[in-house]
Design a protein around this ligand. Structure first.
Ligand code: HEC
Ligand code: HEC
Length: 304
């Protein structure tokens, strides 16, 4: 196992006996073939995330048993692997002479790329990695199949993750522009049209996203064919839960209906609308998330 150089307190957190039993389980998980896969994501090195800190402090979190707080007394890696098929896939593990699981350097690098895509550098509370396993009352996302592992943001693991994500800001200070504002007017006039319009092989978002926590496209009252300003504001509020300003590829709104080969999430109940990020419609929506598309004049791909 990697030497921990973080504080002794942190060390004890990771050295729980739970790992012993886990090692056995992980063995059976990791003997499965090294999946043949091509990884084409952009490198996040430029986002200022620190790889060394990641390897020393963040990666061990994924190996650690999470006791009674989780749905299963398991580690993240028990579900988040290629074998299990969840989104957020970690690489297969090796075992050292003592039977302890570890990732080789090159697999850690690969994991780093994957994990980096789940965070918004500089913004812990806009980072899915930090929000999925965090209790909803503490600001976490409403839902995580794996359960809630952190009761509050004071949890030592959460704090470590936050320190890692935040430090990206310091590293990038000079290069980083402030998070852009995502324009409401453009959403109202142009983005919402996507919700109503089908595409070959894809039903419109509005067919499914009419209500609930994902209800960004509720039914339009009779006599009208489009949402009014007040309704649009509500829809905007819902959609923004799935948007990380400035980061199209960290925004579920743009990732869920995108083909996994094009960088989308592996699962979406609504299927695929965009095959690749080159899709003109996707491009215009990405420009909106980056803060570039503003106002009420819609570019051609968003005119229906
Ligand atoms: C019991 C299995 C299980 C465990 C253990 C588990 N997860 Fe998950 N996780 C899932 C499943 C299934 C999903 C996809 C469905 C969902 O969003 O809840 C998921 C989704 C996620 C996502 C969203 C990925 C994306 O691309 O949007 C993140 C981030 C995540 N988990 C982090 C973690 C972390 C960190 C841990 C350990 C502290 C963990 N999970 C433990 C099953 C698990
Ligand atoms: C056929 C029904 C259907 C259609 C059409 C559909 N979705 Fe979904 N969508 C779902 C279901 C079911 C889920 C929840 C499970 C999942 O994440 O796959 C979901 C989840 C999502 C999420 C993630 C929400 C979360 O809680 O993590 C986003 C964002 C999303 N959809 C966006 C869209 C967009 C944008 C469109 C249109 C381009 C669309 N969906 C079309 C059914 C649909």
């Amino acid at each position: 196992m990697t030497q921990m150089t973080a504080a002794a307190a942190t060390q004890s957190v990771f050295q729980r006996p739970a790992r012993r039993g886990l090692a056995k389980d992980l063995l059976s998980f990791s003997v499965v073939a090294l999946c043949v896969m091509v990884w084409t994501s952009p490198s996040w090195a430029q986002a200022g995330l620190d790889y060394e800190f990641y390897r020393e402090n963040i990666e061990p979190i994924f190996l650690r048993g999470h006791g009674e707080n989780g749905l299963v007394p398991g580690a993240c890696v028990m579900c988040h692997s290629w074998q299990v098929g969840t989104p957020f896939k970690l690489q297969p593990l090796q075992h050292d002479a003592g039977g302890e699981p570890y990732w080789t350097e090159s697999r850690s690098r690969h994991n780093f790329e994957v994990v980096s895509r789940l965070v918004a550098p500089g913004y812990p509370t806009a980072s899915r990695l930090l929000l999925k396993p965090l209790a909803t009352e503490a600001g976490g996302l409403p839902y995580h199949v794996g359960g809630k592992f952190w009761e509050s943001q004071d949890d030592p693991e959460w704090q470590l993750l936050a320190a890692w994500v935040e430090s990206a800001t310091a590293i990038q200070q000079a290069a980083r522009a402030p998070a852009p504002t995502v324009d409401f007017e453009f959403f109202r006039s142009c983005v919402q049209r996507v919700f109503l319009n089908p595409r070959e092989g894809a039903v419109p978002c509005a067919s499914c996203h009419a209500a609930g926590t994902r209800g960004f496209a509720p039914p339009i009252p009779e006599g009208r064919s489009y949402w009014n300003e007040e309704e649009s504001r509500k829809n905007f509020g819902v959609v923004m839960r799935f948007v990380t300003p400035g980061y199209p590829m960290q925004s579920l709104f743009l990732q869920n209906p995108l083909h996994p080969d094009g960088g989308g999430t592996p699962m979406h109940g609504g299927g695929i609308r965009w095959e690749t990020q080159n899709d003109p419609e996707w491009q215009e929506l990405a420009a909106w998330v980056r803060g570039d598309n503003r106002g009420s004049t819609c570019p051609a791909p968003l005119q229906f």
